[in-house]
Design a protein around this ligand. Structure first.
Ligand code: GCB
Length: 592
């Protein structure tokens, strides 16, 4: 460094301490689809300490230098092996009262054994998600970092593993205005290794990505298969088998890619018949397997069609949260949420406002619920910044690559409630293009705002979307309910509209009259009016009221809210059904 005096100490004086960690970065380009491959789980107890001043990164703790050059021990500021342990996956906020509101860095450490496989074997460390940034070190070596709280990333560790290995991960959940999302959201800022970590072994040449889908041409009789291959052997023949259909074919891989279409008429997936097929693809030494449903989702004028049949998307919004586990839902909790949505009469769910765990769409495939999946391009993103665009685009790619074989996922959403500026239009139009390039088998939408000055459904992004999502809170934030019918009277969309949010807060169990805010009666009155108006608009082809259950929210400091957003149809513990739950259920059930 220029003008660096002899007494300069990195640990104390280096201001740009993150610069050395800027590369490498794990992103969508290093993605591979593990599908149902075997994994060695690294979940379980990890040593843990919060590190508010980021000293692990400033002082290179991962090097674990416990002595000076002459071998004399000196004091270090960490105790990797003596720190308490926490479970991975989990959100640190819920593990101890003093970590509840903590925002900053924390250090996770664990050892793991590795039994060597064949010489040609390659190994990868897989992180299902870390909120919001993770810096990963293996055996004293920096592997790289990742940003984005809700999407998976991986590092190749071939040649870097020993019989016993040390993994150190610094996770940082500081909210930042130049991130996606920004520092201002309407949900709780959970931090940590909140999804699983595992090791995966693959042959030297392997199937990196595979997508198997019904060609959306209305014939229901053509299946497309696309592969990308990672490794040296980039030319050859792959083989696909769907045993239940007695289907077995080989096809050409050239230059590491393959794209083939086959005549095949599988039974179609739908909420009423969530049929999945086991699909196996072989290439050289590698076998890739998944369970895949085949369906077609399309729009026709203002209609939404599933497998050619007109559908109304009977939905509800959901945050990924439970009182005891925060964002790290157990499988049982995921299934419970789906059971509750079904009890409400839903066939569809909006997973707000960021990618939920990969297991969610797998279970939706199995139980038969259609999904809207979203990236956290929420409210006031720095739409002018190329770095912020790269981050949003990367999160979208990571999500699409992760879930593109899930029949349940029918809509990609590129954002929520963003002001209609030119910079936002350019930014989000580019995200729409990313969806279209990566995935021709799904619809693209966004939750837009109305133009209150007319008032009407008017947002320039709507021209780029297949479905217009509209969030509106008439009867709540704007108590003048008469504007809602005016909006519809003033709008003639040529595409289907989903009302992606409406609702009102109600403290579970609090009764009063319909004029009294925060009562279940007021919430019910808002739902009754919304249902009456929305049910009469032919181009409204779906509704996802806000929201299935109450969720933590630091912006909500009114005593009736108590740091919770209380717009749930259920209480936060998901046991109490508010009056509006029954009203919504009656409406959905009446639709058949
Ligand atoms: C919205 C947002 C959602 C909020 C909700 C509310 O429009 O999209 O994230 O939580 O309103 O309760 O205000």
């Amino acid at each position: 460094m220029k003008d660096q005096p002899a007494n300069f100490s990195d640990n104390m004086h280096r201001v740009d301490y993150l610069t050395p960690y800027a590369e490498p970065m794990a992103d969508a380009s290093s993605f591979f689809d593990p599908a149902l491959r075997e994994r060695e789980s690294l979940d379980g107890p990890w040593h843990f300490a919060i590190d508010p001043y980021d000293t692990c990164l400033r002082a290179d703790w991962y090097k674990e230098e416990y002595t000076d050059q002459a071998g004399r021990p000196y004091p270090v500021d960490f105790s990797f092996d003596e720190w308490e342990t926490v479970p991975v996956p989990s959100c640190w906020n819920l593990l101890k009262d003093e970590w509840k509101w903590y925002e900053g860095s924390a250090v996770y450490v664990r050892n793991f054994d590795y039994a060597p496989g064949p010489v040609s074997e390659r190994q990868f460390l897989m992180f299902e998600a870390a909120a919001h940034r993770a810096y990963v070190f293996l055996n004293g070596q920096y592997l790289g970092w990742h940003q984005g709280a809700s999407t998976p990333f991986r590092f190749e560790v071939t040649g870097k593993l020993a019989a016993v290995n040390r993994l150190v991960v610094v996770v940082n959940n500081t909210r930042r205005p130049d991130n996606v999302p920004t520092d201002n959201t309407d949900w709780f800022n959970y931090g940590g290794l909140h999804r699983g970590v595992s090791l995966i072994r693959l042959p030297s040449t392997f199937i990196e990505t595979a997508s198997v889908a019904l060609v959306p041409d209305g014939s229901f009789s053509t299946v497309s298969v696309r592969l990308t291959i990672d490794g040296e052997a980039i030319d050859g023949r792959a083989e696909i088998a769907i045993p239940e259909l007695d289907f077995n074919q080989t096809f050409e891989v050239a230059g590491g890619v393959a794209s083939e279409e086959f005549s095949l008429s599988p039974e179609l997936w739908s909420p009423a018949n969530p049929k999945l097929y086991e699909v196996r693809i072989r290439y050289n030494e590698d076998e890739w397997q998944d369970r895949i449903g085949f369906r077609q989702i399309s729009v026709e004028g203002t209609d939404i069609r599933l497998n050619g049949q007109s559908v109304f998307l009977k939905g509800v919004c959901q945050h990924e949260e439970s009182v005891s586990h925060g964002r790290t839902l157990t499988e049982e909790e995921i299934r419970q949420n789906f059971a509750l949505a079904k009890e409400l009469g839903c066939t569809f769910m909006r997973l707000a406002h960021y990618p939920h765990d990969a297991l969610v769409s797998r279970i939706a495939d199995e139980v038969g619920l259609m999904l809207w999946e979203e990236v956290p391009v929420y409210w006031a993103i720095l739409f002018d910044s190329p770095e912020v665009f790269a981050d949003a685009d990367n999160q979208l790619r990571e999500l699409i690559q992760r879930d593109r074989n899930r029949a349940s996922v029918i809509i990609w959403s590129v954002g929520n409630e963003n002001a209609d500026t030119q910079a936002r239009l350019d930014f989000m139009s580019r995200l729409v293009t990313t969806c279209r390039i990566l995935d021709p088998t799904r619809l693209v939408s966004a939750a837009c705002l109305v133009d209150p000055s007319i008032p009407a459904i008017k947002d320039r992004l709507a021209d780029r979307l297949d479905i217009i999502g509209v969030n509106e809170y008439y009867g709540w934030y704007d108590p003048d309910f008469s504007k809602l019918p005016q909006i519809f009277a003033n709008s003639q969309p040529t595409k289907p509209v989903i009302i992606t949010e409406f609702g009102a807060d109600a403290v579970a169990g609090r009764r009063g009259d319909a004029g009294e805010l925060f009562t279940e009666d007021r919430q019910l009155a808002v739902y009754d009016k919304q249902i009456e108006v929305l049910g009469a608009i032919p181009y409204v082809r779906g509704t996802t009221p806000w929201i299935l259950y109450d969720f933590r929210c630091p912006r909500r400091v009114n005593v009736s809210q108590g740091y919770y957003n209380r717009k749930g149809l259920l209480s936060a513990d998901k046991t109490h059904r508010k009056l509006a739950f029954t009203a919504m259920q009656a409406w959905y059930r009446a639709m058949g």
